[in-house]
Write a protein that binds this ligand. Sequence first.
Ligand SMILES: C[S@@+](CC[C@H](N)C(=O)[O-])C[C@H]1O[C@@H](n2cnc3c(N)ncnc32)[C@H](O)[C@@H]1O
Length: 361
Amino acid sequence: MSSGPINMPPERPILDDPALLEMLWSDMKQQDALHRAGPYWDGKIRNSHRLIRRFGLAEFRDTAIATSFADAPQIDLTQQLAGTKYGRVLPWILRHTPMYSAVLAVQCRWTKDSVDREEETQAKLFTALGGDWLDAMLHEFPSLPRGSSEGSASRMLWRGEDFSSYYLHMLSYIDSVRKSGLDFEQVETVMEIGGGIGANLHLMLNLFPNIKRAVLVDLPPVAYVAGQYLGKFFGKVLTYRETRGQESIHFTPDQKEPEILVITPWQLPQLRTEIDLAWSSHTFAEMTTDQITFYLREIASRLQSTGELVLISYDDISGGALPVDAVTALASRRFAIEKIAAEEWSWYWSSQLFRGRARNT
Ligand SMILES: C[S@@+](CC[C@H](N)C(=O)[O-])C[C@H]1O[C@@H](n2cnc3c(N)ncnc32)[C@H](O)[C@@H]1O
């Protein structure tokens, strides 16, 4: 049985740092296409940036801030316009013109009802298919994070306790990879590309006390959200505030507590550390092929000889993202990846899981 994380400070509220947000945002504008958002993400990050400015982070999982990189449902559709050129004026008009605001109120109520019904159905399905699995997980990992925070309504009730359904899906991936034979107990340093709010790293560091160092690479403003979110749980989170402009980015030597580096795509070439595990979940499919190639090269150059890449991808139903086969074809040029079985209750984005070592090139 895992003993749970050591030296974890008490959880604290999430902090806003508008100056850091703007520093990241304006620096990103100076970067070339490889290190900025591709077409799939450009509008989403603009939207998210505007909404963070408007609402702050206190309830970010209940707004469209994190709709695309965590578990926030899309309820108020005017929030989806925040990053567009009409983003300031149109939502204001819609909210303040009586006829439109009445329509908007009805739309929000109907959408909320339908999201609630979907959550209920998911919870029933989970109870039927995933309950035994969660019991086994709780037996092995008693410190598994409970509850949900920052306004997230996406929850599952199990034996009187609240779990974030987003976290349970992340946990199911970790467990599937573990069952396929990857030994997490041997991992000291993990790097996640496109780690979103950091839920997966929060889980990994919680479940496996041997993981002492983690790197999360993401675009602004997601990297901002992740740094502030992970800062709630871990005492040592180095954000862009600490690493901006550094020619070589390191972990603190001989650090006893877990340490997390949250960096941007353009900082990755400056990262000086070897890694045991690289993780990318629902991320490569939403990048350009040049960006995927960049990340695969950066990962391969840092992976220990026994280290592995875990790749999780999905087949897009709405269009716009790369199909799984295209992602795995690119990954196969550098990594000898194999498909692994996923937990049967986990239907999230109909994900497929792969893992493998770097090829000797
Ligand atoms: C669908 S979200 C997935 C988030 C999380 N990994 C998960 O599985 O829930 C895709 C993530 O990829 C990130 N992303 C997109 N393009 C990127 C790029 N060029 N470099 C780094 N991250 C990127 C997004 O900001 C977002 O956090």
